[in-house]
Design a binder for this molecule. Structure first.
Ligand code: APR
Length: 307
């Protein structure tokens, strides 16, 4: 197993470290355009192996030659948000970066599975899918795993229970209009609405929707990376180990949930072939309307991208 991470910044470097520490690949390749940074971080990580007890080899480089024949490529290249910016403000800069990165990745690793992390996430998945020409099951966006992790954290904080017992589902784009589904959220099987008032749930949903901005406002010079890298690596793990976990991921839709030609987060089964199934669940009218609004917001941005 060979895994490449493009972008050796906060998200990329932390993702590479997690992949190496979990020994999800024999070889981890870290790529960035800035000279020296991937080489330095890669070597530093490699040298943590004897202490952490992993044998994954970590290589940092500015070239795509070393990425050849990667099984999975995690794309984190791009600029992050600053306070006051929305993810959509990153659109044109990151679309150009993702286009160029994807072209270079697929030239060397035509059979790889792409996991896109750069924002605005859903549009970047669309760009990577179009530019790569890959089947849609091999181009997957990381957003829902992160958004549900935030949502689950806030529920655990409120109820004083283990995060491990909270399962949650979330649909839609990775933006303010993402759609957490309290009806499909449970604590050890107990539906969330039985444990919390609607007001409390609404406040938690709102905090999860603004979860990225909350971190940006603290950091001021960048955006979240511990939880985003953990989320991307959970997706990597499900693919590497063919675990077939059901996780909310962003994929190009062709009629599912009544949506076509756009990318939004939906529950998928992740295994060795990437997205092996899109699960369609019953939504009530309110949830359908929220998903439609979220998909429309993504589509508006997709239409702004010139490929
Ligand atoms: N090719 C390779 N690497 C690139 C390119 C490119 N064309 N353009 C930029 N990069 C690199 C930068 O040099 C930098 O090292 O991408 C890295 C981004 O790292 P950070 O600035 O630390 O940003 P990070 O917090 O990692 O976020 C990256 O993920 O979560 C999203 O919104 C976030 O879009 C952002 C992305």
């Amino acid at each position: 197993m060979k895994i490449t991470v493009i972008g050796a910044g906060n998200v990329g470097a932390t993702a590479a470290q997690r992949i190496a520490e979990k020994e999800l690949a024999n070889e981890v390749v870290l790529v960035d355009i800035v000279e020296g940074v991937p080489q330095g971080k890669g070597l530093d990580m490699y040298e943590s192996g004897p202490i952490e007890g992993f044998d994954s080899k970590v290589i940092g480089t500015n070239s795509y030659d070393e990425t050849a024949n990667s099984d999975i490529v995690v794309i984190t290249a791009g600029i992050p948000r600053k306070p006051g910016m929305s993810r959509d403000d990153l659109l044109s800069t990151n679309a150009n970066i993702i286009k160029s990165v994807t072209e270079q990745v697929v030239a060397k690793s035509p059979k790889s599975i792409l996991i896109v992390v750069s924002n605005p996430l859903d549009v970047m998945v669309y760009v990577a899918q179009k530019v790569s020409g890959f089947e849609r099951n091999r181009v997957i966006g990381m957003a829902g795993v992160l958004d549900t992790a935030r949502y689950r954290t806030f529920i655990a904080m409120e109820l004083g229970v283990s995060v491990e017992d909270i399962t949650a589902l979330l649909l839609g784009g990775h933006g303010d209009s993402m759609v957490p589904l309290p009806r499909y959220t449970s604590v050890a099987g107990i539906p969330l609405p039985e444990l919390m008032t609607k007001e409390k749930i609404d406040a938690i949903v709102k905090r999860a929707q603004n979860g990225g901005a909350e971190i940006v406002n603290f950091l001021k010079t960048g955006s979240a990376f511990y939880a985003p890298s953990a989320a991307a690596v959970q997706m990597v793990e499900s693919i590497v180990k063919d675990k077939k976990r059901v996780l909310p991921c962003a994929v190009y839709l062709q009629g599912e949930y009544g949506l076509s030609g756009t990318v939004v987060g939906v529950p998928v089964k992740l295994g060795k072939n990437g997205v092996e199934q899109i699960l369609e669940i019953q939504l009530n009218d309110e949830e359908k309307a929220l998903l439609k609004k979220s998909a429309d917001d993504v589509k508006t941005n997709i239409d702004k991208v010139k490929l």
